[in-house]
Design a protein. Sequence first.
Length: 198
Amino acid sequence: MRRGLLVVLAGAALLASAASARAEDTIGTFRLDGLSYVSFGDQQFVFPATGSTIQFRFGNPNEDGSVPFTIDLGGVSIAPIPLPSGQGTLRYTLAAPAFGFMRPTETGRKLEFSAAIAATLDAPEGSGTYTYPIPFTTETATASNVDRTDSVAVTGMRLVDGVWYAQIVGATTNKENAYPAPGTAVYTVLSGSFDQVP
């Protein structure tokens, strides 16, 4: 009986420790500004609403100064984006939690993470969702079309200390039958500021 009680107490202590560690994480909310957009082959653009947010859950710093972070499934809040001429809306969400690192450099902090992005088209003629694995960075990302005959490079901006402004970029290839430009090089610029970082 006593041994069983000790096991229960030990388990409770571990759960309490994990909850405490989770509670000590820093939640940094990245709020998008009016410079954010998604480009399809540099021909068509959609613009997420200013004020859309992405929540980064920062963990404890590593010995090299890097800080791990996660973005939970519910951590992305971007309203459906209206499409021109009554074509419906395009909505972006996470299909799985995202993981990455914030690393110090001599010219600001850089962010790098990979995310599975679900793009959902809700249109009069029908709805559908595609999931894209996209690497995001404050450095340079390169998008190419499905035939690999065209590519576009886009460069972000590292976190500016004090104001915590950054531009995070990501790149992928549109599916061959996806809105609005099948098979094109797709890239995004997420421009905005954090309310806090560790």
